[in-house]
Design a protein around this ligand. Structure first.
Ligand code: GLC
Length: 574
C-alpha cells in the first residue's frame, strides 16, 4: 500500500468541538478537552480528525458564521491551545483537517462591517449588493435563503440589499472580486503554515450564483416549502415537494467559475509538503476535476440520503458512483459516510426501533468495507441517538427557532405542535454533548455546569464511553475491533469492489479484491438466518476474519455459509 496517500488509507472522525469534551468546566467543549481525549481516539483506531469550525463566531449557525478566520473561538481556547492540540494529535500519528467556510462570513466579520458601512468604502464590493427592485422597491428578486426566509436583507446605510444563501447573519462573499480571494487564501495559508493537514470545504456549491439572478417560479416561500415537507403524504405531494426544493434554489447554486476556483485552491494547497487534503461538502464528482487537479474527495451523500439502507440501494449507489470515479483521467477515490452534524444520527435514522444495535453494526461494517475513505461522526461509536428538544427555549440551531416562529406566526400551527416539529427538524438533536460516562451530564462537563445543549439522558442506560469500554460486547468495542481489522486488511482499503449475488434482496454481498487478497463481505440486512452458497467464488474453505456474531468459527465452507440474522461478516478467500 506504499503508493497510497495518507488520506486514502485513513479513517476520519468528525469532532463537533462544542459538544466533544469540556476541559474547563463551563459546559462547552474546548481544545483542552479535545487534547485530553486524543488517547481515546487513538485507541478507537481512527487516523484523522475533522474539526467542525473552531473559529470565533457569534454562533448564529453554530460556528459556520465566522467572524475571524485566523483565530480560535475564545470559549474553545487560544491559538496556543490549538497548536498544542495539533502537535499532540500529530505525535499520536493522527492528522487534523479544519472546516473552511468560503461562501460566507458572519455579519459581524470586520469585512462585512466595513462593506455595509457605505457604497464607496474599500470593501464595498466584497459582498453581493444589489439595489432594490425598481418597481416594488423591495428585494431584487424572490430568492429564498435555505435557512430563514428571503435571501436578501436591506441595509439602510447603503440603501441596498445584500444576498445570503444561508441566514441573514451569513452574508455571501463576492468571489468574483480578486481581493476576496486573496484575503481568504491568506487565511488558508495561515492554517497550512501551522501544520494542519487539509480542509473540509463547506457548502462549495453555493459560492457562485446565476449571474443573471433569474427568479425562481415556485409558488411558495421557504416557510411554505418546509411546511409542505412536514405534511406531504401522497406520492404526488412528495414528488411536487422534491421538484419545488430543486426549483426554488436552482439559480443559487453551481454558477460558473467554481472549477477554476477549486483548481486555484488545490494549487495553493499543493505548495505545501505532506499531501494536504481537500474534501468538499458536495457529492458532485465533477469537483474532482481530472482526478488530480481539484478536490481530492467529495462525499458520497447519495448513500446516506435514504430512509433505510437496503442492499439494492447500496448496489445501485456503488454502481453509479464507482463508474464515474473510474471514468476520470486520474481514477477518483471514494468517500463514504452515514452521518454528520447536519443529519439525524445513524443509530436513530437507520434503526427500525427493534434491531437498532444490530443495524448500527451492519452499517459500520458497510462504511468500513466499501471502496473509499470512511468518515465517522463523534458519538456514533457508542450508539448515540437523536435527542428531540421540545422546549424551544433550549434550541440552539437558529434554523429551528426560525421555523418554530414561522410555524406559529405564518402558518397558524399550535405552539405545542410547532415545538415538536421544530425540535425534529433541528440539527441540535444530533449535536448533543458526547456521553463519556454514567455521571451527571454524561461526564461531558462537571455536575454543577450547564451543558450548552441538553445531554441525552440515555447516558445512564449504557450509552456512554466508560461503560462500553468495560464491556467486550459493546458497540464501542465492535468499532475498535472492526477498525483494527480494516487496518490489517489491505483489500478493504485498496481492493476493487465487485458485487456478487446481485439479486439478493435481504443481504448484500460483495468482494474487495487486490492482486494478492480477496475478501468477501456479507451483510445480512434481515431478521432471518440463512445458508448461502458462494462456492462459485472458491472451492477452498474461507477464513473468517471478522464477524458480528460471537463465537463465529474461524473457517467456513463457502458452499454452505451460515449467516445469522443481521450478521456482518468478512471472509478471506483463497
Ligand atoms: C454546511 C454545514 C452546515 C452549515 C452550512 C452553512 O452545510 O455543514 O452545518 O449550516 O454549511 O455554513
Amino acid at each position: 500500500m506504499n503508493k497510497l496517500k495518507w488520506w486514502q488509507t485513513a479513517v476520519f472522525y468528525q469532532i463537533y468541538p462544542r459538544s466533544f469534551a469540556d476541559g474547563n468546566g463551563d459546559g462547552i467543549g474546548d481544545f483542552a478537552g479535545m487534547t485530553a481525549r486524543l488517547d481515546y481516539l487513538r485507541s478507537l483506531g481512527v487516523d484523522a480528525l475533522w474539526l467542525s469550525p473552531h473559529y470565533p463566531s457569534p454562533l448564529w449557525d453554530c460556528g459556520y458564521d465566522i467572524s475571524d478566520y485566523e483565530a480560535v473561538a475564545p470559549e474553545y481556547g487560544t491559538l496556543e491551545d490549538f497548536d498544542r492540540f495539533l502537535e499532540a494529535a500529530h505525535a499520536r500519528g493522527m492528522r487534523v483537517i479544519l472546516d473552511l467556510v468560503l461562501n460566507h462570513t458572519s455579519d459581524e466579520h470586520p469585512w462585512f462591517l466595513e462593506s455595509k458601512s457605505s457604497r464607496d468604502n474599500p470593501k464595498a464590493d466584497w459582498y453581493i449588493w444589489r439595489d432594490p427592485d425598481p418597481v416594488s422597491g423591495g428585494p431584487p428578486n424572490n430568492w429564498q435563503s435555505c435557512f430563514d426566509g428571503p435571501a436578501w436583507t436591506y441595509v439602510p446605510e447603503r440603501g441596498q440589499y445584500y444576498y445570503h444563501y444561508f441566514m441573514k447573519q451569513q452574508p455571501d462573499l463576492n468571489w468574483r472580486n480578486p481581493q476576496v480571494k486573496a484575503a481568504m487564501w491568506k487565511a488558508v495559508r495561515f492554517w497550512l503554515e501551522r501544520g494542519v493537514d487539509g480542509f473540509r470545504l463547506d457548502a462549495i456549491g453555493t459560492i457562485y450564483e446565476d449571474p443573471a439572478m433569474t427568479p425562481h417560479r415556485v409558488p411558495l416561500d421557504l416557510a411554505g416549502l418546509r411546511h409542505l415537507a412536514d405534511t406531504a403524504q401522497t406520492p404526488a405531494e412528495k414528488k411536487r415537494l422534491a421538484r419545488y426544493w430543486r426549483e426554488m434554489f436552482q439559480y443559487q447554486w453551481g454558477g460558473p467559475g467554481l472549477h477554476d476556483l477549486m483548481k486555484e485552491l488545490r494549487a495553493l494547497v499543493d505548495e505545501y509538503p505532506g499531501d494536504r487534503l481537500l474534501v468538499g461538502e458536495d457529492d458532485d464528482i465533477a469537483y474532482l476535476g481530472d482526478g488530480d487537479d481539484e478536490l481530492h474527495l467529495v462525499f458520497n451523500f447519495p448513500l446516506m440520503r435514504v430512509e433505510r439502507i437496503t442492499p439494492a440501494h447500496v448496489r445501485r449507489n456503488q454502481r453509479q458512483r464507482l463508474a464515474r470515479l473510474d471514468a476520470l483521467p486520474t481514477r477518483g477515490w471514494g468517500c463514504n459516510t452515514l452521518g454528520n452534524h447536519d443529519s439525524s444520527r445513524l443509530f436513530t435514522r437507520y434503526g427500525d426501533g427493534i434491531h437498532d444495535a444490530a443495524l448500527a453494526r451492519l452499517n459500520l461494517t458497510l462504511v468500513l468495507a466499501l471502496r473509499g475513505t470512511p468518515f465517522l461522526y463523534n458519538g456514533e461509536e457508542i450508539g448515540m441517538t437523536d435527542l428531540i428538544i421540545t422546549d424551544p427555549s433550549r434550541l440552539r440551531d437558529t434554523m429551528a427557532t426560525w421555523y418554530y416562529r414561522a410555524l406559529i406566526e405564518e402558518l397558524g400551527v399550535p405552539p405545542a405542535e410547532a415545538a415538536l416539529r421544530a425540535g425534529r427538524m433541528s440539527r441540535d438533536k444530533n449535536r448533543t454533548p458526547m456521553q463519556w460516562s454514567n455521571a451527571p451530564n454524561g461526564g461531558f462537563c462537571p455536575p454543577h455546569a450547564t451543558p450548552w445543549l441538553p445531554v441525552n439522558p440515555n447516558y445512564a442506560q449504557g450509552v456512554n464511553v466508560a461503560d462500553q469500554e468495560a464491556d467486550p460486547a459493546s458497540l464501542l468495542n465492535f468499532y475498535r475491533r472492526l477498525l483494527a481489522v480494516r487496518k490489517a486488511t489491505p483489500a478493504l482499503i485498496e481492493g476493487e469492489y465487485r458485487p456478487v449475488h446481485e439479486r439478493a434482496r435481504a443481504y448484500l454481498a460483495f468482494l474487495r479484491q487486490t492482486a494478492s487478497q480477496t475478501v468477501l463481505v456479507v451483510l445480512n440486512y434481515s431478521d432471518k438466518a440463512r445458508r448461502l452458497d458462494f462456492s462459485s467464488l472458491s472451492k477452498r474453505p474461507g477464513r473468517v476474519i471478522f464477524s458480528s456474531q460471537q463465537g463465529a468459527p474461524a473457517t467456513c465452507d463457502l458452499s454452505r455459509l451460515e449467516v445469522a440474522d443481521f450478521e456482518a461478516c468478512l471472509i478471506e478467500l483463497f
